[in-house]
Design a protein around this ligand. Structure first.
Ligand SMILES: NC(=O)c1ccc[n+]([C@@H]2O[C@H](COP(=O)([O-])OP(=O)(O)OC[C@H]3O[C@@H](n4cnc5c(N)ncnc54)[C@H](O)[C@@H]3O)[C@@H](O)[C@H]2O)c1
Ligand SMILES: [Zn+2]
Length: 159
């Protein structure tokens, strides 16, 4: 059985279907009862101005879910968490000299000059964009990245 929390209005529409707020500890506890796989897709915002709500729903909501699983020693086998490409600053690049590289964020000064190329961190040659593998290092400098990177690391520790 899988659990999927979404929407904010609390109601039990059918025996195995819950619509609730992920911040509501009691409801999350009930929803996790007897579950072995969790697909965690509940999320608020992205680049929204309501920062505290963003953190409460996304970070606290995820942390509390993991906490409940751990505290109650639930028999959850897997938690599937939707991450984001934002955790991988500019994604992977291919440098003619250094092969697969993982450039950090482009400096503001470079962008102000109108140079939007993603350059190799070792030799500064513009890279060719290539698919980003999952083992790419985490980075970035915004709230979404902090939440996504943080929940990914927490999940790894819990699991
Ligand atoms: N859509 C994309 O392109 C994309 C890309 C990368 C990552 N993601 C990630 O996928 C996840 C889901 O995003 P999405 O695009 O499906 O967004 P979405 O807004 O379509 O879905 C989020 C769901 O969460 C629900 N929700 C909001 N606040 C809630 C709360 N307090 N309690 C319970 N549910 C709540 C919303 O009602 C909605 O049903 C997010 O973590 C997002 O960062 C999405
Ligand atoms: Zn290089």
């Amino acid at each position: 059985m899988a659990s999927h929390l979404g929407c904010k209005q609390l109601s039990r529409t059918e025996q195995n279907s819950w619509e609730s707020d992920i911040r509501d500890r009691e409801v999350v506890e009930s929803a996790l009862d007897g579950i072995d796989v969790v697909f965690h897709e509940a999320a608020y915002g992205g680049y929204m101005p309501e920062i505290s709500k963003f953190v409460a729903v996304n970070s606290l909501g995820t942390a509390q879910l993991l906490e409940i699983v751990r505290e109650k020693n639930l028999a959850i086998r897997k938690i599937i968490v939707a991450s984001s490409q934002v955790v991988y600053p500019e994604g992977a690049g291919e440098c003619p000299q250094h092969g697969l590289v993982f450039p950090g964020l482009r400096p503001v000064e470079q962008l102000r000059r109108g140079d939007f190329s993603v350059r190799c961190p070792a030799c500064q040659i513009p890279t060719k964009s290539v698919p980003t593998p999952e083992f790419a290092p985490l980075g970035g400098e915004n709230g979404l990245r902090n939440h996504k990177g943080g929940s990914g690391k927490t999940r790894a520790h819990v699991g």
